[in-house]
Design a protein around this ligand. Structure first.
Ligand SMILES: [Zn+2]
Length: 82
């Protein structure tokens, strides 16, 4: 039996959805967004930042990671997984 497509849940609060990023997104993202883009927990993101696996900068609003850096890590991780 085929799985039914997951229903789109309407959120009452505006959240920054990763899917809202353009393919060539060059924005800075906070660790929460970076975590959802990579499909990992926020805890993992903080560990990766601490380990220097993901480069980040401090911004006025907190830690920031470029989408480019997220993509770089993603492709690197995919290479390691091979
Ligand atoms: Zn982005």
């Amino acid at each position: 039996m085929a799985a039914a497509p997951s229903p789109i849940r309407m959120s009452e609060e505006p959240i920054q959805m990763p899917t809202a990023c353009p393919p060539d997104c060059k924005a800075w993202h906070n660790p929460s967004v970076a975590a959802s883009l990579l499909g990992v927990s926020r805890r993992t993101i903080y560990r990766l930042m601490a380990d220097g696996e993901i480069q980040w900068r401090r911004r006025r609003w907190g830690r920031a990671i470029t989408h480019e850096e997220i993509r770089r890590y993603q492709s690197e991780r995919a290479r390691i997984a091979e």
